[in-house]
Design a protein around this ligand. Structure first.
Ligand code: NCD
Length: 336
């Protein structure tokens, strides 16, 4: 794999037995809040074993005969495709349901949809919903494993896991690192999941945003807050840029996107304040020229945005494997 220089390790993990070896006892993956360091490392190690050159060999079909349903109540291209590919690589039957365009439009409730899906007996539901908490609610009503692919502005756990693996492959252990998360933190499920994960892993987290784009209870995240981007970026190892989530904004949170770029957009000048080897990340989709200068997004020496996408498939393979392994009764008690 081009560009990924941190050496892959042999973790001695046997595919499909995540639940057997593991500190993995969860039926669902709903968020990073409360997930332990040991569990996070376990997912990352398993994902690591799925990355890279397979010399023409296929992945082990540990999900053969299993059914994965992608249930997206909100539009998505990259996350849905990433889960679809992850499921197919491991041999699952994958069904994509764009619920936003189907029964829900006809007035069906979330719980009716859940019961309908449940009756089809899937093994895993991957769910995205525009309301915070909806995925958890759905998980309480079905018999199969549920993975949260993003709920409102609450959590997006697989994005945080793939970000963590991208960083670990480039920079090694996360507890040595300073990470700045910049931009629309108020509306960002990616930010929340990353804050939980990074805190658990012992990284130093800084939040860089105007007051209007921070949650009112921001102190409870245990991260330093900066309103001046140059100060916030000083000597950081990792810069995570977030999209201005215009679709979640009611009213005006920023004067204009042009002014926003001037103060909070990542450009060469602001980047000079970070460490000279600081990595630039973005979960996508990007608003070029709004939160990030186009030339930095494409700078192969600094930006790892494409690697995030590549690593994302491996992380989702690991997540699918772990939740189905747990259900197969490989030893652990299911805790969620
Ligand atoms: C993120 C999301 O949907 O929360 N994107 C993604 O998962 N690819 C971030 C965003 O929409 O800005």
């Amino acid at each position: 794999m081009s560009g990924l220089s941190f050496p892959a390790r042999d973790h001695g993990l046997r595919s499909g037995t995540g639940g057997a070896r593991a500190p993995w006892r969860r039926r669902h993956i709903l968020g990073m809040d409360g997930v332990s360091r040991e569990e996070i490392e376990h997912v990352l190690d398993l994902a690591e074993s799925h990355i890279g050159d397979r010399n023409g060999e296929r992945w082990p079909e540990v999900l053969g005969g299993r059914t994965l349903m992608n249930v997206f109540f909100e539009n998505s291209t990259r996350t849905r495709t990433s889960f679809e590919l992850a499921g197919k690589r491991l041999g699952a039957d994958v069904i994509n349901m764009a619920v936003g365009t189907s029964a829900i439009k006809k007035g069906e409730t979330l719980l009716d949809t859940a019961m309908t899906l449940n009756a089809m007996r899937p093994d895993v539901l991957v769910v995205r919903h525009n309301e915070s908490g909806a995925v958890q609610l759905l998980s309480e009503k079905v018999d199969c494993a549920v993975i949260n692919a993003g709920d409102g502005s609450h959590e997006h756990p697989t994005q945080a896991l793939l970000d963590a693996l991208t960083i670990r492959r480039r920079r090694g252990p996360l507890d040595q690192l300073v990470v700045a998360i910049c931009g629309d933190i108020l509306h960002s499920r990616v930010a929340r999941s990353n804050i939980f994960l990074l805190n658990t892993m012992g990284a130093e987290v800084r939040l860089v945003a105007p007051k209007t784009l921070l949650p009112p209870d921001v102190e409870r995240f245990g991260a330093a807050v900066h309103h001046d981007m140059r100060n916030g970026l000083r000597d950081v190892d990792i810069i995570m840029m977030l999209r201005l989530q215009l679709e979640r904004m009611q009213g005006s949170f920023v004067p204009s996107t042009r002014e926003y770029f001037q103060f909070y957009g990542l450009d060469r000048d602001k980047l000079l304040h970070a460490r000279p080897d600081a990595l630039i990340m973005h979960p996508g989709p990007m608003n070029r020229g709004v939160e990030i200068a186009s030339e930095l997004a494409d700078d192969i020496n600094r930006s790892v945005i494409r690697e995030q996408v590549e690593v994302g498939v491996a992380v989702r393979m690991a997540c699918l494997e772990l939740v189905t392994g747990g259900l197969a009764g490989t030893g652990g008690t299911v805790v969620e």
